[in-house]
Design a protein around this ligand. Sequence first.
Ligand code: HEC
Length: 130
Amino acid sequence: MSSRSRTPAMGLLTITKQKGAVMTRRLRWYGIAALCLIASGTRGLAQNSGADIYKAKCQMCHAADGSANTPAGKAKKARALTAPEVLKESDADLLAIIQNGKNQMPAYKGKLSDAEMKDVLEYVHTLQKK
Ligand code: HEC
């Protein structure tokens, strides 16, 4: 029993010892390459996502959940994005507010691309559905 279960392990150990140096060197390169791919991949996605834009630029006033329950949100008199008045507004109207601003809401035209403003509005809609 014990010899049968030990054989594959011993074999692996021998191979590992023989090729150990080569393997580690190769694995290290594969590891570095994979990490670079993962890092660049997630960075690329994160930069364009509405969720990330919201967290970076909108959350301080509108809060993570869209409630506007933050010191800045209260000071600027931001409504909850889930308020009935906001839910009634069309995408075109909301997009216009994001582009051009309104009262204390800053304008994002020139700071965000059209696609980014649409993405962030999509993200706002996900908060409204909660
Ligand atoms: C400095 C605080 C502040 C920041 C930052 C901010 N907002 Fe606003 N936002 C406001 C205020 C205040 C209003 C309400 C404007 C009004 O009707 O008087 C508002 C209104 C809105 C509305 C319209 C809903 C409503 O209440 O009528 C949308 C949509 C919106 N903001 C989205 C965003 C998005 C998306 C971002 C980030 C790109 C953002 N806001 C960043 C303060 C802010």
